[in-house]
Ligand binder design. Structure first.
Ligand code: PGA
Length: 255
């Protein structure tokens, strides 16, 4: 792992005009400062190609990679409304979010389906960014560690240990997503330490290789303290990633 990652999950936001303005601002900000950080943007899938072209026109393709927010486990078939990993790759994606808590909640994605999607991402040549994290009730009942370990285990048992080295993991406590409630750096650091230990038990090399990102109301005013934690290698940013200047300000906290 030679540099940190700052990822922006746009969720269901954006338009062509939004992208034009965003890339302009991002281009100016990234060229002003050479940040040793890899940016990954996750727009709605239909905008992948337009965003890829816009980044290319501004010579930003090497600074910014693209990712999709979801995929279907199959490569093609009679699945109305779905997109496969192969199609997303064809549109310019390098990464794909797997198991985001909003998909687990609104699309009833189980640990089993998440594992199948992780495997499908690898088949398509995409880097999976696996999202794991506990709900507020789970944290309050003291089962956060158990939940997160089970989420990780189901991917490892379906895809094998080595599969994890192909992507990254985002720890996102569900109660901190879009709520303005961030985990304290100590709380986030503790969970990241636990995830790193889980990886280390499988392979020391794997533990060093896999970037661990924190997500959940990351902003430029809390990112420095979060990124100072040893086991936090970057951030998965939702709301604040919709403003290019804010995303760059967060990346500056990692540099
Ligand atoms: P948030 O979203 O930064 O708006 O909390 C994070 C995410 O959903 O990945």
């Amino acid at each position: 792992m030679d540099r940190g990652i700052v990822a922006g999950n746009w969720k269901m936001h954006g338009s062509r005009q939004f992208i034009v303005d965003y890339v302009d601002t991002l281009g100016a900000a990234v060229q002003d400062q050479s940040l040793p950080v890899g940016f990954v943007l996750f727009p709605p899938a239909g905008y992948l190609e337009f965003l890829a072209r816009s980044l290319d026109e501004r010579d930003l393709s090497s600074a910014v990679s693209l990712g999709a927010q979801n995929l279907h486990p199959e490569s093609e078939g009679a699945y109305t409304g779905e997109m496969s990993g192969e199609m997303l790759k064809d549109l310019g994606a390098l990464w794909v979010l797997i198991g985001h808590s909003e998909r687990r909640e609104y699309a009833a994605e189980t640990n089993e389906l998440v594992a199948e999607k992780f495997s499908a991402a690898l088949r398509a040549g995409l880097k999976p960014l696996l999202c794991i994290g506990e709900t507020e009730v789970e944290r309050e009942s003291g089962s956060a560690a158990e939940i997160v370990t089970a989420q990780l285990d189901s991917v490892v048992s379906y895809c094998g240990t080595d599969a994890l080295s192909q992507g990254a993991i985002a720890y996102e406590p569900v109660w901190a997503i879009g709520t303005g409630k961030t985990a304290t750096p100590a709380m986030a650091g503790e969970m990241h330490g636990l995830i790193r230990d889980e990886l280390r038990q499988r392979s020391a090399e794997l533990a060093e290789q896999v970037p661990l990102l924190y997500g959940g109301s990351v902003k430029s005013d809390n990112a420095t303290a979060l990124f100072a934690e040893t086991d936090i290698d970057g951030g998965l940013v939702g709301g604040a990633s919709l403003t290019a200047v804010d995303l760059v300000a967060i990346a500056r906290c990692l540099a």
